[in-house]
Design a protein around this ligand. Sequence first.
Ligand code: UGA
Length: 418
Amino acid sequence: MNIIVYGTGYVGLSLCRVLSNKHNVIGVDIDSDKVNLLNACYFNNSNLKFINEINENEFVNTDVIFITVGTPSNEDGSTNLEYVFNVADDIIKCYNLYERDKELVIILKSTVPCGTTAKFNNYIREKICGCNKFRVLFNPEFLREGNEIYDLTHPDRIVIGCDCSNNNNKEKELFIDLYEYNNSIPFVTTDYNTAEMIKYAANSFLALKISFINEISELCNKLNADIVKVAEGIGYDTRIGNKFLNSGLGWGGSCFPKDCHSLLYEGNRIGCNMEILKSSINTNDRCVDRAVEILENEISGKTFAIFGIAFKEGTDDIRDSVSVRLCDKLLNKWYKLKINDPMALGNAKRYYGDKVEICNNIEECVKDVDCIVIATEWECYKHLNYECLGDLMKNRNIFDGRHLLYNRVPKGFKYLHL
Ligand code: UGA
């Protein structure tokens, strides 16, 4: 098949890579520098190319268009749909300029509030003249940043939102053909609004699970119970499951905060009181404040080594990272910060400039500090020789914001956690 993917963020780019194993794929992005870079990176993949704008030949021959452009938060928590509708305009422009016969399938994957796909569908239908042999599907993406290719090729389920007059089996066959999935993957085929809600419900439920364990963790600290054992003890219950029960500084990144706020905004808009969601966000915000309080009360010096600035392990992404939020708060209180991260130091440098010391090297990072603060759950921080690093530090303190060393607290250190 001939496929166009609009948006080459981590979802779009992974999609391009996976689909180009079998199909001809064109990635479209408005950022010319990125397009040049991607063409240079993938020059030996003859099934894949990147462009800024589609032309007649590409449009006329395309079977499927995927849309994976960003849907960032507006100030008030609502979702900015500008990029999604820019793509709609682009498709309309192509339809009105070029003639095509075969049916086009437009698959919207960007996370959008309930009602958007229906609007998007009508918007295109109303504005194109003549031939309108196309159908729009909404197919939410559940892949995790850092695990993109595995998650794309081994999904737990496929959700397809379609115009209900369509034949559901036809959509399932299309996806099996596109991705070469085997027949055992569950398909949930439904209407647009339900499919859109599934994505928000999934992300906010996962965020809630983390907020819940963080609330229990606060209680455990006060009542002298062991939060890591509590999480293990409840996680064996298959109804609860052991995933997303790591307590600590809480959830961040480009998805959970945006999606929880968007759902809350939608709830408020239509007069639904989303108490659980509100509490989940508040509990999450409180984690960083609790961390600052502990650090202020328990550590006498003000020079800290921050281990991890990415929003989670396995990525260089610092968007909405709780580590960044923690550092910002500490900097406001005149702390001196030295930051290490296996992947995200470039982004940290761009964000902080000279306000912090960027340290590629762990020894350099801990030199003369009063405390190590583990802020991101990077596995590599579990395996350092803390006893030796302690010799370089001014004071032997560790604040473990991710419970990484909880079961292996280095000797001779004051160990603090949430
Ligand atoms: C999340 C979802 O997990 C994906 O299913 C979804 O497709 C994606 O958002 C999206 O909407 O695009 P991602 O943002 O990559 O994926 O990150 P997660 O692995 O879910 O972690 C999110 C945050 O929760 C991180 O800050 C992480 O440190 C934190 N977390 C995660 C915890 O604090 N405790 C845990 O037990 C797990």
